[in-house]
Design a protein around this ligand. Structure first.
Ligand code: NAD
Length: 426
């Protein structure tokens, strides 16, 4: 299987937008690479008495429109280029959602499956100790991402507050509710993705109750996306996930539609579904790639980057009308061309999954004023922001006869380049 470098993908996507916008050389040079990046070591006293050193990163791609913002992921195959790409996509995401933040991303090369809670706490606290001078509520605001959660964020916040000797709840988002977290944050990314799907269906004049969908991944994004999609009347035929024991992925299919509650009852905290229990409940257990070849109306990749590739794109059924990228960077450049040529309605990642960062922004606002909104208020504001962002991109795409990804890029890159110009940077 070919290997893909997500940073190269992100740069190629940016170059295309820069060409469309006829950006000058200085703007290109500034925006196609991160402004700052930090690489560091995190020593941890392991439970077995050994000491192990983990590698950590923080990349701040751009903060012209506001403090850098982006998650921290724990992953055994984490690379600096993945973090660079993700930080760049965060810049476009906060710009397309039109919130006053920039783009950043962090990571640690580690596998939480094999780490105790205490070992994970040390990694979180160590990460903050290495970078505390370069992040903060007015500089760079982290959040959870793949394999990190509210508990990790609270350990990080606590360490940061210990260093500075004061409370700083606006420093980090994705905190537990009751400890400065926002109601609705857990649901926000998945719900936000489905809000964009709802708007795309309206444009295509298709009723959600007449549609079916297939999801890659069954973690935070997919679980809440499926919840809202089912509330709208849609039916999910297939979901896939990573199987830690077998070190491979599987797809789980029920042609009459999966039951979310039932699937959640056999899923672990990492979004892994128990194969034998799924078989008992009447699910077909298929190879990992099967999610992409289902005869459905909507495909929703929500696992990792580089999953829809030149090798897998040909498997997409003729029936598919919408691809909503819940994950960051799930589609390679090669596959993207084919999706464009086949006229599938694509909702690009940094628009489709902007609900998470939008709600993180709401969390930061609530934390800073120490006044918390009811869940309905948060979700109502989320709906308004996501709908407005979707309509801005789809109107622009229609008006200028552009592919949805290109339209989203042009809007975002233009906003960020303008902020850099207004500040006198370029
Ligand atoms: P998660 O860790 O909660 O879940 C990930 C899911 O993907 C799990 O079900 C896992 O089993 C599955 N998976 C992993 N590797 C796989 C593979 N090779 N094949 C099939 N399934 C696989 O993560 P999440 O928070 O749901 O995030 C998913 C994606 O969405 C990531 O790309 C993340 O960067 C992006 N995203 C998340 C948020 C958020 O708020 N959670 C916001 C924006 C973007």
């Amino acid at each position: 299987m070919a290997t893909y470098n997500p940073f190269e993908t992100a740069q190629k996507q940016f170059d295309k937008a820069a060409d469309l916008l006829e950006l000058d050389q200085a703007a290109r040079a500034l925006l196609r690479t991160p402004m700052r990046e930090y690489h560091f070591s995190i020593p941890v006293h392991m439970d077995d008495g050994n000491k192990q050193v983990f590698r950590g990163f923080r990349v701040q791609h751009n903060d012209a429109r506001g403090p850098a913002k982006g998650g921290i992921r724990f992953h055994p195959q984490e690379t600096i280029d993945t973090v660079r790409a993700l930080s760049m996509w965060m810049t476009w995401k906060t710009a397309v959602a039109d919130i006053p933040l920039g783009g950043g991303k962090g990571g640690v090369i580690c596998d939480p499956h094999n780490l105790s809670q205490w070992e994970q706490e040390q990694i979180c606290r160590g990460w903050i100790r290495q970078i505390s001078k370069n992040v903060g509520p007015h500089t760079d605001i982290p959040a959870p991402d793949v394999m990190t959660n509210a508990q990790h964020m609270l350990w990080m916040l606590d360490e940061y507050e210990m260093i500075y000797g004061e409370r700083a709840p606006g420093f980090i988002t994705g905190k537990p509710v009751g400890m400065g977290g926002s109601l609705g944050r857990t649901e926000a990314t998945g719900y936000g993705t489905i809000i964009t799907v709802r708007e795309a269906l309206k444009e295509l004049d298709i009723k959600p109750e007449n549609t079916t969908a297939s999801f890659q991944g069954f973690g935070n994004v997919s679980q809440y996306a499926i919840e809202l999609y089912h509330q709208m009347g849609g039916s999910t035929i297939c979901v896939s996930c990573w199987d830690q024991a077998d070190q491979t992925s599987y797809s789980f299919r029920k042609k009459e539609g999966v039951n979310l509650k039932e699937l959640l009852s056999i899923t672990d905290a990492f979004g892994g579904i128990d194969k034998s229990k799924a078989l008992e409940l009447g699910y077909e257990v298929l190879p990992g790639d099967a999610w992409i070849e289902q005869e459905v109306d909507i495909l929703l990749p929500a696992a990792l980057e580089n999953q829809v590739t030149g090798e897998t794109v040909g498997k997409i059924s003729k029936r598919v009308k919408i691809i909503a990228e819940g994950a960051n960077g799930p589609t390679t450049i090669e596959a993207d061309k084919e999706i464009f040529e086949r006229k599938i309605f694509l909702i690009p990642d940094f628009l489709a999954n902007a609900g998470g960062v939008t709600c993180s922004y709401f969390e930061q606002v609530q934390s800073n004023m120490n006044y918390f909104w009811e869940k309905d208020e948060v979700l109502g504001k989320l709906d308004l922001k996501m709908t407005a962002a979707f309509i801005a991109v789809s109107d622009f795409a229609r008006k200028h006869n552009l592919y949805m990804r290109d339209a989203a890029y042009v809007i975002s890159v233009d906003r960020v380049a303008q902020a850099c110009k207004d500040r006198g940077w370029i």
